[in-house]
Design a protein around this ligand. Structure first.
Ligand SMILES: *[C@@H]1O[C@H](CO)[C@@H](O)[C@H](O)[C@H]1NC(C)=O
Ligand SMILES: *[C@@H]1O[C@H](CO)[C@@H](O)[C@H](O)[C@H]1NC(C)=O
Ligand SMILES: *[C@@H]1O[C@H](CO)[C@@H](O)[C@H](O)[C@H]1NC(C)=O
Ligand SMILES: *[C@@H]1O[C@H](CO)[C@@H](O)[C@H](O)[C@H]1NC(C)=O
Ligand SMILES: *[C@@H]1O[C@H](CO)[C@@H](O)[C@H](O)[C@H]1NC(C)=O
Length: 509
């Protein structure tokens, strides 16, 4: 167990030490603190070996040279004693659960290194562009009150929620939990705000309702996914903090479990077919994919299985463990009703992801590139494209394997929890810059804190909260937000994506 934790810490690196990636095992020991020098050294190594090198050929940030990317001050001497604030439940049915008053409201990290955020952060500017010139009035925000699931208010570093509707399962609570952890990670850095949040599957704010000379401004609505015709503002979904209803642990734990398991079988030794397992009932695209399953007459090189969640739930989720699904060389991703949280679990195995052309996207998928991180499959040519991809990959093992590795590495480097929080922080800070009103706590809103949420619940819901709880403020700064795309640059990026699909057509897949 000790070894496992050590290895994990080395691999994920210091960027996550303040996010407390504990409880990889059932033993709960505090992680050894890093000396500032060691943290800095590893950061340089990680930045130089990992993200930057692979970014450089893809991403060019105007105005930011790689030399400006890291600045450090201090870094010598004894590591500062780290204060921890674990969950403090009253454990009593008579004493009401209160929100602790001793958590810091401000924190200046000892060392300051600002690494530039991953490329996909640039979409924050795109998501907020509709309000760039006019700003956001209270009236615009209130307009979504009848569709939003909750209103989030942050005032002096505290979170207040006004609930409007119950979404599917506990999506709203998972999201609120994540926001509370953001406040704990960066005390004093999240500005006062009010926003409306929508938790169901499909995007709600459609571009074409707000076009033309007499069209009003669109209302800002935070949500997990968007598509080409929507204006929803994208925010990380609840599953990063776990999805207890289907036995999924926090993203950090799941990613680690998948990587550990994937290491046991080399790519070339895996089953040389394309695998998918899930619930095909939720969308026509998934139904369509089922026609690519191998039959007596025809083998499209796909091996597809139906996940029966009800039976899985009865039988303890033995057949649905995500870490057990990395035994095929290729894994298929197909959307559900809208975006699917499974994208990250599928891409995490270093099997090669065959990504069926998505219509919807979450906040990070927009930064991933075909052939670089996944193999694109056309929606209207699924079976043939899958067959072709598998044949091609089995004949070009090195190249196919490299796509799988790059996809998995993208997540390990660019989607670690530190960056998920940084994305949330930058998005909220940029959003607040547009507000033309003073945020107020509405009558009837409830104050939320970690204790109020976690203490009353048990089971995996509770375990996920404990595992993802931020116990101390971050000792490193948020990454530096890269500038907006200029329109030509963005066009080039989109064109590059489209070109790969064209290439595929020419290859005759
Ligand atoms: C836990 O909360 C109680 C009051 O509810 C307080 O007396 C105690 O000091 C807290 N413990 C920690 C470790 O913060
Ligand atoms: C509540 O119970 C936990 C676990 O048994 C314990 O660690 C904690 O100190 C208790 N809290 C209080 C306030 O007694
Ligand atoms: C985007 O999502 C909305 C809501 O589901 C849908 O009506 C619209 O057709 C989608 N746009 C595209 C381009 O698929
Ligand atoms: C696909 O084929 C395999 C092997 O014949 C079978 O076990 C599986 O149930 C089939 N999947 C679906 C969705 O029909
Ligand atoms: C996309 O393909 C077109 C035609 O082949 C080419 O002219 C263009 O430069 C490519 N664009 C990018 C961004 O690669």
């Amino acid at each position: 167990m000790e070894d496992e934790e050590e290895r994990f810490r080395r691999k994920i690196g210091p960027g996550s030490h303040e996010v407390r990636l504990h409880s990889l095992s059932s033993t709960r020991r505090p992680l050894k603190s890093w000396t500032p020098a060691a943290v800095f050294a590893s950061f340089v190594v990680i930045v130089l070996c990992g993200s930057v090198v692979s970014w450089l050929d893809i991403f060019v940030f105007p105005g930011i040279s790689s030399r400006q990317m890291i600045t450090a001050k201090g870094g010598q001497g004894e590591p500062p004693q780290k204060m921890e604030f674990p969950l403090n439940c009253t454990n009593s049915s008579t004493v009401p659960q209160t929100c602790p008053k001793n958590y810091p409201t401000k924190h200046e990290p000892e060392e300051s290194y600002a690494v530039v955020c991953p490329e996909y952060f640039r979409w924050i500017h795109e998501d907020l562009r509709p309000w760039k010139s006019m700003g956001i009035t209270r009236e615009m925000m209130e307009r979504t009150k009848n569709i939003a699931h909750f209103r989030l208010v942050i005032k002096n570093g505290k979170a207040y929620i006004e609930h409007y509707k119950r979404p599917f399962q506990t999506r709203d609570l998972g999201t609120i939990w994540g926001i509370l952890q953001l406040l704990r990670l960066y005390p004093g850095k999240v500005p006062d705000l009010e926003l409306m949040f929508y938790c169901n599957d499909r995007p709600m704010i459609m571009k074409n309702h707000y076009q033309g000379p007499n069209a009003g401004s669109p209302p800002p609505l935070f949500h997990y996914c968007g598509n080409e015709t929507s204006l929803d503002i994208l925010f990380p979904d609840w599953s990063f903090w776990g999805w207890h209803e289907v036995n999924i642990r926090t993203w950090t734990n799941t990613y680690q479990a998948i990587k550990e398991k994937a290491k046991e079988m080399e790519w070339k030794d895996r089953i040389p077919y394309a695998y998918w397992k899930g619930n095909p009932g939720v969308s026509a695209n998934r139904q369509g994919l089922m026609t690519c399953n191998a039959t007596e007459e025809h083998d499209w090189n796909a091996r597809l299985y139906v996940q029966n969640w009800a039976a899985e739930s009865r039988e303890g989720f033995k057949e649905s463990r995500l870490e057990d699904q990395c035994i095929h060389r290729y894994k298929i991703f197909v959307e559900g009703k809208a975006w699917s949280v499974s994208d990250k679990y599928i891409l995490a195995c270093d099997s090669t992801t065959l990504l069926i052309e998505p219509v919807y996207h979450d906040f990070f998928l927009r930064g991933m590139l075909p052939m670089e991180h996944y193999w694109p499959v056309r929606l209207n040519n699924k079976c043939r494209d899958i067959k072709f991809a598998v044949e091609w990959g089995n004949n070009h093992i090195k190249e196919a394997q490299a796509i799988g590795e790059r996809g998995s590495r993208f997540l390990g480097e660019n989607l670690k929890m530190k960056y998920v929080y940084d994305y949330m922080l930058h998005l909220l800070v940029e959003y607040v810059k547009l507000l033309k009103f003073t945020p107020e706590v509405p009558v009837g809103a409830t104050e939320y804190c970690a204790e109020a949420m976690a203490c009353p619940v048990g089971g995996l819901f509770r375990a996920n909260m404990e595992d993802s709880m931020v116990k101390s403020p971050s000792e490193s700064l948020p990454c530096a937000l890269p500038p907006p795309y200029d329109p030509r640059e963005l066009q080039g990026f989109m064109e590059r994506k489209r070109n790969y699909t064209r290439l595929l057509e020419e290859l005759g897949g």
